[in-house]
Design a protein around this ligand. Structure first.
Ligand code: KG4
Ligand code: ZN
Length: 333
């Protein structure tokens, strides 16, 4: 079965073509980063306009790369939330009109389910159940993935997502958008010298606004004397420690030995190394997504759509012309 996946929830217009959920025939990502960089972050109105002008070209490129035509597509998987509403709407409207024109089903797909599915593309034999540590610009979740389509959130951030904290720290250190990779690059030149606050809860929740504020205060107080690389390194080390500690606690609580990393921040080298090390020490199985599937792409969306499709969660397009985007869609809905 051939799925055409569409992802437009933030600043990447992405289209992929996947066979049977795991075989990537095309994975095209048209990024808007150079446009939003000038503004220091994503401008939602510009994002949706750019999706609108890009999407048909990205679909064409995906079909050409996979060397197939519209007639070969069996169904469409599209991100319908969460994300920027105007951006999501472009993908959803395009998917609906294409599904209608081709008379094929449509599978509305949750963005975070897509990030988790990035691991199915990386590891051919990976199967649930497992724990997923989801770390992106908008989410920091510990999710019990019970099977391909059932998800239980067992821990989450009470304020900022970890990617959001990286981006805000980047801003105060005068690093360009998107900040996560820049903070990480600078951190490599620094040492872990700043003692930054960690938040601990009884349950498996996270909080990153305290450490973010501490970093901002230090940067303002030290001004020109600030050692930016040391502060970046201390921030990266502290937040990654916090993620690993909670993740290991969750593994025990779930009594599982399988953990999967997902979301844009899973590209972070320090986090990948720490998770691998912690798992090795405890003899856990550790799955890290291929770097090309860490940040937003449509291959992961098509993969998640596949598992929903085969479990029967597909929609005849004639019934589903009223499908809408949902900016704050919860996982499992
Ligand atoms: O998953 P994603 O592409 O978009 C959302 O669904 O939010 O994640 C983007 C986030 C941004 O906050 C970006 O700064 C962060 O992932 N990120 C990183 C790295 N690469 C991307 N954060 C830390 N280290 C990285 N190497
Ligand atoms: Zn994402």
């Amino acid at each position: 079965m051939i799925c055409l996946g569409i992802e437009s929830s933030c600043d990447e217009t992405a289209v992929a073509i996947i066979e049977d959920g795991r075989k990537v025939l095309a994975n095209i990502v048209s990024t808007q980063i150079p446009i939003h960089k000038k503004f220091g972050g994503v401008v939602p109105e510009i994002a949706s306009r750019k999706h609108l002008t890009n999407i048909a070209f990205v679909v064409k490129e995906a079909l050409d790369t996979a060397n197939i035509g519209f007639k070969d597509i069996d169904y469409i998987g599209v991100t319908y939330g969460p994300g920027l509403i105007g951006a999501l709407l472009v993908g959803v409207a395009y998917a609906k009109s294409l599904a209608y024109a081709l008379n094929i089903p449509i599978v509305p797909t949750h963005h975070i389910e897509g990030h988790i599915a990035a691991n199915y593309l990386t590891y051919e034999k990976l199967e649930p159940p497992f724990l997923a540590l989801v770390v992106s610009g908008g989410h920091t979740h510990l999710i019990h993935v019970k099977n391909y389509t059932e998800f239980d959130i067992i821990g989450k951030t009470r304020d900022d997502a970890v990617g959001e904290a990286f981006d805000k720290v980047a801003r105060v250190l005068n690093l360009p958008y998107p900040g996560g990779p820049e903070v990480s690059k600078l951190a490599q030149e620094g040492k872990f010298t700043y003692n930054l606050p960690k938040t601990k809860f009884e349950n498996l929740d996270f909080s990153f606004s305290g450490i973010k504020t501490a970093v901002i205060n230090i940067a303002h107080k030290e001004g020109d004397k600030l050692n930016k690389a040391d502060l970046a390194c201390s921030f990266e080390q502290t937040v990654t420690d916090e993620l690993i500690e909670n993740c290991m606690k969750a593994m025990k609580q779930l009594n599982t030995n399988k953990v999967v990393l997902a979301g844009g921040v899973s590209a972070n080298r320090v986090l990948r190394e720490k998770l691998e090390k912690a798992c090795k020490e405890r003899k856990y199985e550790c799955y890290l997504p291929d770097l090309k599937y860490c940040t937003d792409n449509a291959a992961m969306i098509a993969s998640a759509a596949h598992f929903n499709y085969i479990s029967g969660k597909k929609y005849d397009i004639l019934d589903k012309l009223n499908l809408n985007a949902i900016a704050n869609l919860k996982i499992g809905e």
